[in-house]
Design a protein around this ligand. Structure first.
Ligand code: C2E
Ligand code: MG
Ligand code: MG
Ligand code: MG
Length: 281
């Protein structure tokens, strides 16, 4: 009967929740070991000019090299780090590490590179994120105007006083971009009211270009909007020449994706920038 089904359903959900809680606890304990044992690392994905594949900079992406499970991606542990409060430590480590590394590449000849770093909601709500950014810049000497903070729409909505916080961050000289643009809500009012420099068109709108008429309409509208507001644009997840050509023809100026390069280890970036400022395509 319904009661029995209800009970089963309840039992199902509760054991599922218990499993998830166990997994979270497991990841949380693992993350503490990861921090203590230097198991976190950054890869860097090239960002290129969409016209010709000229390298303009990198997005830092965190990974966890877990001794027995191998490499674990951020989607699996960043949410846990946010829930248990480790994100503040990890986020600060990411900023310091990426800025110090990117400064080395500047000194190796890529003087005008742009470095993008992801920021999650919890980082902006707890502690003083502004001071974390300021300290990372001061300690490393990385130029503020070459650092871009990637923030999602949902983060901006979740964070109270996000407008004020962004204003203070902008006063440091850093750039602000909206990551995964189009996947959250109230995009238009965000664009109008917040001090944004650039938007990143989410991969979900790019992957079925140019064949899917809905995605053609959405990406066309995003590009037109950003252009008319004077915002920079990056298309995420560009994997095919057809996607590149479509986006370029519509007026998108920069891109990131497997067509140009996967996220790279530090050594591979060293090689990439050692060759006369290469084109990726
Ligand atoms: P994101 O910032 O939107 O990063 C783009 C994701 O798309 C990355 O996944 C990247 O490896 C992947 N990607 C890039 N080009 C392509 C492509 O052509 N095709 C496909 N299929 N995928 C592509 P990743 O590295 O697994 O990162 C996932 C998310 O984790 C990021 O999404 C970001 O939200 C978060 N994240 C990564 N690093 C950090 C970090 O240091 N701090 C915080 N708070 N979040 C981070
Ligand atoms: Mg990002
Ligand atoms: Mg994104
Ligand atoms: Mg994403």
């Amino acid at each position: 009967g319904a009661k029995e089904r209800g009970r089963n359903r309840f039992a199902f959900y509760s054991s599922d929740m218990a499993d998830r809680a166990m997994e979270r606890l497991h990841i949380e304990q693992g993350l503490l070991r990861a921090i203590a044992g230097d198991q976190l690392l950054l890869q860097y994905q090239p960002v290129v000019r969409i016209d010709d594949g000229q390298l303009v900079g990198f997005e830092a992406l965190i990974r966890w090299d877990e001794p027995s499970h191998g490499r674990i991606g951020p989607d699996r542990f960043i949410p846990v780090a946010e829930e248990c409060g480790l994100i503040d430590y990890i986020g600060s480590w990411v900023l310091h590490t990426a800025c110090a590394q990117a400064l080395r590449w500047m000194r190796q000849g890529f003087a005008d590179l742009r470095l993008a770093v992801n920021v999650s909601a919890r980082q902006m709500t707890t502690g003083d994120f502004h001071d974390t950014v300021r300290d990372a810049l001061a300690v490393t000497g990385f130029p503020a105007n070459q650092l871009e903070l990637e923030i999602t729409e949902s983060t901006l909505q979740a964070v109270e006083h996000s407008r004020e916080l962004l204003g203070r961050l902008k006063a440091l000289g850093v750039l602000i971009s909206i990551d995964d643009f189009g996947t959250g809500f109230s995009s238009l009012s965000l664009l109008k009211h917040l001090p944004i420099d650039r938007i990143k068109i989410d991969r979900s709108f790019v992957q079925d270009l140019p064949g899917d008429p809905n995605d053609v309409a959405v990406t066309g509208a995003i590009i037109a909007l950003a252009t008319s507001l004077g915002l920079g644009l990056i298309a995420e997840g560009v994997e095919t020449p057809a996607q590149q050509q479509f986006l370029r023809a519509r007026g998108c100026t920069e891109a990131q994706g497997y067509l140009f390069s996967r996220p790279l280890d530090v050594d591979d970036v060293d090689q990439l920038i050692a060759t006369p400022r290469g084109r990726l395509s």
